[in-house]
Design a protein around this ligand. Structure first.
Ligand SMILES: N[C@@H]1[C@@H](O)[C@H](O)[C@@H](COP(=O)(O)O)O[C@@H]1O
Length: 261
């Protein structure tokens, strides 16, 4: 696991975009895993700027998102499909026909979840998975207590997550759906490179548990310690509870040029 601490939160987006751009340079038809939420927006903006400048193209790539609310009508502005179109896909040259999102409106949710797993497998798996992290250590919508081997399925959101996400629903926690469909922790762990971005003091405890805590389903992101290729991009506030900050900073400052992400 590589931990990259930056004083300037804006720099996190540039570094995250570099990982996306390097992946596409090596593999133009790369399968990207996209996260919703505010954390990855700086990455998406920097990738969109690179696409506009002609230095990278997503024309041959495809993408899968992590999760979706259950119970929102299709096209609802806060459905994660709408959000990822608005925040990223509409700003780059990715074919929207190659954007795959879990179906939270399916009549048969378990069948739709199994089909989603099948689509990821048929695409050859995810090359680069962008992740945020919840304040309670969730990844995608895998709340504390989620099986660390879980696959795409329906989950109940915690009250904390609904309160956190009420800001996207005019502050009305009752408007936040109570259920979601989400890639499982086991699904996420099969992506070839995991790139997690977090900023702000409210993420500090979750980042500490992710990087330095014991592996436990109570902090689902901690299982990333078992993945062979993880990059964690954090600002100083999100890194404020880490124990080995000097080591992480030194390792990044003295990183050989060839190492990349
Ligand atoms: N399901 C999403 C996650 O994928 C996201 O990582 C997390 C953090 O969101 P934010 O980046 O806005 O803090 O919240 C949501 O619940």
């Amino acid at each position: 696991m590589e931990v990259v601490i930056q004083d300037d939160a804006g720099e996190l987006g540039r570094l995250g975009a570099k990982a996306v751009i390097d992946t596409l340079a090596n593999t133009p038809d790369a399968v990207l895993g996209l996260a919703t939420g505010s954390s990855p927006v700086s990455i998406y903006d920097a990738v969109a700027a690179a696409v506009a400048a002609g230095s990278v193209s997503l024309a041959r790539s495809s993408a899968f998102t992590l999760d979706e609310y259950v119970g929102l009508p299709p096209g609802h502005p806060q459905s994660y499909r709408s959000v990822i179109l608005r925040d990223f896909v509409d700003k780059v040259d990715l074919d929207p026909g190659r954007l795959h999102t879990p179906d939270g409106a399916a009549a048969d949710i378990p069948a739709a979840c199994a089909a989603y797993e099948g689509q990821i497998a048929d695409a050859g798996g995810i090359d680069l998975q962008i992740l945020g992290i919840g304040a309670d250590g969730h990844v995608a919508f895998n709340e504390p207590g989620s099986s660390l081997a879980s696959r795409t399925r329906i989950k109940t959101l915690t009250q904390q997550t609904r309160v956190d996400n009420a800001r996207f629903f005019d502050g009305d926690v009752d408007a936040v759906p109570s259920h979601c469909v989400t890639q499982g922790v086991g699904t996420i762990m099969q992506a070839r490179h995991l790139l997690l971005i977090a900023s702000g003091r409210h993420k500090a405890q979750a980042v500490h548990q992710l990087v330095e805590g014991p592996i436990t389903a109570m902090w689902p992101a901690s299982v990333l310690q078992l993945h062979p290729h993880v990059t964690v991009l954090v600002d100083r506030a999100a890194a404020s509870r880490l124990q080995l900050t000097d080591y992480y900073r030194d390792a990044f400052a003295n990183k050989p040029d060839w190492q990349g992400f």
